[in-house]
Write a protein that binds this ligand. Structure first.
Ligand code: TMP
Length: 220
C-alpha cells in the first residue's frame, strides 16, 4: 500500500517512560474533538488486535531472553500492522491521528538504548513504515530521575505486568534520553519540546498551543 499524500494529519507523542505522554495525548484528543475535529487515537506497540498480542510478548517480564534484534523486529511488526490497518485508513479519511509513540521510540530505545545502531533501525523502518512520518511530534521532557521514579511506581502498580522495559538500568535510559536529544536537534521543525514536569493541566495548555496552529484550530 502506498503511503503518499494522506489527507489527514499524523501527530505523535514521544518521551521517556513516565513522561505523561499517554495522559496528554488523551487530553489533546478530547480537546480536538471538542473543537469539531475527527480524531483517531492509537498506541505502540499495540493499536490493533495483532499489535496487542505483539505488545504482550514485548513487555512480558518472563521474556528477559528476547534478543535485541527480535525485539526490534517485533516493534516494527506491530507498527507495520498498525499503519495498514489503522493509521493510513484514518489519514485517508482526513482524520487527525494521534499516536502514543512511533518510529522515534524504536530509534532511541533499540537503536541508542540497546545499541543496535541507527542504520539497522532505519533499514527496518523503510520496510515497515514505507515513508510514513509524523507531521508533528510532541516530546514531553522529564529528567532521568523523574522517569526512573515514575517507571518504578508504575511497575509496582502494574503488579508485575508490562514491566520488562521498566526494569532497564539508569544507563539505558540515559542513552535513550540522549537519543531523543539527537533526533530533536536534527529535526527541530517537527518536534515540539514541552516541559513535562509540571501539572497535567499546565502541560496540556502547552500541548494545545503547540498543536492548535498545525490543525488550524483557535489556540485560545
Ligand atoms: P509505553 O510506556 O509508552 O506504553 O511503552 C512501553 C515500553 O516500550 C516503553 O518502555 C518504551 C518501549 N518501546 C520501545 O522500546 N521501542 C518502541 O519502538 C516502542 C514503541 C516502545
Amino acid at each position: 500500500m502506498s503511503t503518499t499524500e494522506p489527507r489527514g494529519l499524523f501527530l505523535t507523542f514521544e518521551g521517556l517512560d513516565g513522561s505523561g505522554k499517554t495522559t496528554q495525548m488523551h487530553l489533546l484528543a478530547e480537546r480536538l474533538r471538542h473543537a469539531g475535529r475527527r480524531v483517531l487515537v492509537t498506541v505502540e506497540p499495540g493499536g490493533t488486535a495483532i499489535g496487542a498480542k505483539i505488545r504482550s510478548i514485548l513487555l512480558d517480564r518472563s521474556h528477559a531472553g528476547l534478543t535485541p534484534e527480535a525485539e526490534l523486529l517485533l516493534y516494527f511488526a506491530s507498527r507495520a500492522q498498525n499503519i495498514d490497518e489503522v493509521i493510513l485508513p484514518a489519514l485517508a479519511r482526513g482524520e487527525i491521528v494521534l499516536s502514543d509513540r512511533f518510529a522515534d521510540s524504536t530509534l532511541v530505545y533499540q537503536g541508542f538504548g540497546r545499541g543496535l545502531g541507527e542504520e539497522a533501525v532505519r533499514a527496518v523502518e523503510r520496510v515497515a513504515c514505507r515513508g510514513l512520518k509524523p507531521h508533528l511530534t510532541v516530546y514531553l521532557e522529564i529528567d532521568l530521575e523523574t522517569a526512573l521514579e515514575r517507571a518504578r511506581a508504575r511497575n509496582q502498580a502494574a503488579g508485575g505486568r508490562e514491566t520488562r522495559m521498566d526494569e532497564q538500568s539508569a544507563e539505558f535510559y540515559r542513552r535513550v534520553a540522549e537519543g531523543y536529544r539527537i533526533l530533536i536537534g536534527r529535526e527541530p521543525e517537527r518536534f515540539r519540546v514541552i516541559d513535562g514536569r509540571r501539572t497535567p493541566e499546565k502541560v496540556a495548555e502547552d500541548v494545545w498551543h503547540a498543536v492548535a496552529p498545525v490543525v488550524g484550530a483557535d489556540s485560545d
